[in-house]
Design a protein around this ligand. Structure first.
Ligand SMILES: Nc1ncnc2c1ncn2[C@@H]1O[C@H](COP(=O)(O)OP(=O)(O)OP(=O)(O)O)[C@@H](O)[C@H]1O
Ligand SMILES: [Mg+2]
Length: 305
C-alpha cells in the first residue's frame, strides 16, 4: 500500500537520521532530519542549537538541542520551506544560517565547515530592501562591485539577471515605490541576491506584503527561475501560506514551538515544472488541505500547553 506522506512513522524510526519522508514525534525534543539521497553531501547543519532569552521571567527557550541537517542536491536546486506558528523560531533559524545572529549555544555548519564571517548567505526579507537612491541596474550590480568585479562586467551580469527576473526595460529606473510596484521591487531584491550565483538563498516571508494576484505571479516567476537550468540554489523559504508552500516547495518542514522541534517533514511530490494550472489539480489541493489541518492541529495543541 502506498504510504500517505502525512502519516506518522513508527516511533522506532524517530531520532535517527532517516529518509526524506520523516515525521518527527512530539515527544522527541532532539530531532535530526536528513533531506535526501546518499549521493548528496551536507549543505547546512544546525547542531545542538539552543536559544534562551532571559529578559523576561520565565526565560523564553526558543531552541533546546535542536538539530537539522540539509543535504545538498548536486544537479538541481531544492526548495525547502519552513512553516510553523508565529514566534516558533523560523526567522531565527534563517538568521543563524545567514550569520545575522549567533545561537546561545550550538554550531552552524555550511558545507561541512563551521560558519565564519566570510560565509555570507544572502537573504530576501518581507520588506523591500532595495536602495532607493540607486537604479535597478545599480542595485543588482552592487553585490558584484562589492566583490571587486569590474563595473563593466558587473553591469553585464546584472543585466542578464534583470532579464531573467523579467525587469528588462526597467534597469534605469529608481528602485523605489511607486516608480516600481511592490512585486517589481521584490524581483529587484531577488535579482540582487541571485546575481552572485549563491548556492544557498534564504527568503523570510518575501511575498507577505504583496496583493494576492501579484503574489501568485511572483510565485510562478520564482518557481520558473528555480527550474531554469541556469540557477540551482538551495532555497530556504519561510511562509505562513499553505498554497504558497505547496506551489514552491520540494520539501516542507513544520516546526513545533516551546522549544522548537521539527514535527513534520515531507516532500511535495508534484511535477518539477509548475505553472498556475497546477493549483487546480487534486494533488495540489490535497496537499494544501492536509498541510492546513496539520498546522491547525499544532496550533490547538500548543494553545493548550
Ligand atoms: N532579541 C530578542 N529578545 C527576546 N526575544 C526574542 C528576540 N528575538 C526573538 N525573540 C523571540 O524568539 C522567538 C522566535 O522568534 P522568530 O522571529 O524567530 O519567530 P518566527 O517563527 O519567525 O515568527 P513569525 O512567524 O511571527 O515571523 C519569539 O518568541 C521571539 O519573541
Ligand atoms: Mg519570522
Amino acid at each position: 500500500m502506498k504510504r500517505n506522506i502525512f502519516q506518522k512513522q513508527d516511533d522506532s524510526e524517530i531520532s535517527k537520521p532517516v529518509g526524506p519522508e520523516t515525521v518527527a514525534d512530539e515527544s522527541d525534543k532532539t530531532t535530526s532530519v536528513h533531506v535526501d539521497s546518499d549521493k548528496a553531501s551536507d549543505i547546512i547543519n544546525l547542531v545542538n542549537i539552543s536559544q534562551v532569552y532571559t529578559d523576561h521571567s520565565p526565560p523564553n527557550i526558543v531552541f533546546k538541542d535542536f538539530n537539522l541537517d540539509i543535504k545538498d542536491i548536486k544537479t538541481r536546486g531544492q526548495f525547502i520551506t519552513i512553516m510553523g506558528k508565529s514566534g516558533c523560531g523560523k526567522s531565527t533559524l534563517l538568521r543563524y544560517i545567514s550569520g545575522l545572529q549567533e545561537p546561545t549555544s550550538g554550531d552552524v555548519y555550511i558545507y561541512g565547515k563551521k560558519r565564519t564571517d566570510r560565509d555570507r548567505i544572502p537573504m530576501v526579507f518581507q520588506q523591500y530592501t532595495s536602495f532607493e537612491w540607486k537604479t535597478v541596474l545599480q542595485n543588482v550590480a552592487l553585490p558584484l562591485i562589492l566583490k571587486g568585479v569590474s563595473r563593466e562586467e558587473a553591469h553585464e551580469k546584472a543585466m542578464n539577471m534583470i532579464e531573467i527576473v523579467g525587469l528588462a526595460g526597467h534597469e534605469n529606473k529608481w528602485a523605489k515605490y511607486p516608480i516600481l510596484s511592490g512585486g517589481q521591487l521584490q524581483r529587484v531584491a531577488i535579482a540582487r541576491n541571485l546575481v552572485v550565483n549563491p548556492q544557498i538563498l534564504l527568503m523570510d516571508e518575501p511575498f507577505g506584503a504583496l496583493d494576492t494576484v501579484t503574489r501568485k505571479q511572483i510565485q510562478v516567476f520564482l518557481r520558473s527561475i528555480f527550474e531554469s537550468a541556469k540557477i540551482d540554489p538551495t532555497v530556504i523559504f519561510v511562509t505562513h501560506s499553505e498554497s504558497e508552500a505547496v506551489f514552491l516547495s520540494t520539501d516542507i518542514f513544520i516546526l513545533d514551538s516551546g522549544p522548537a522541534t521539527v514535527r513534520h517533514h515531507f516532500k511535495i511530490d508534484l511535477p518539477q515544472n509548475r505553472d498556475d494550472s497546477i493549483r487546480y489539480s487534486t494533488g495540489f489541493t490535497d496537499y494544501v488541505n492536509k498541510l492546513g489541518s496539520l498546522l491547525e492541529d499544532l496550533k490547538k495543541e500548543t494553545n493548550h500547553r
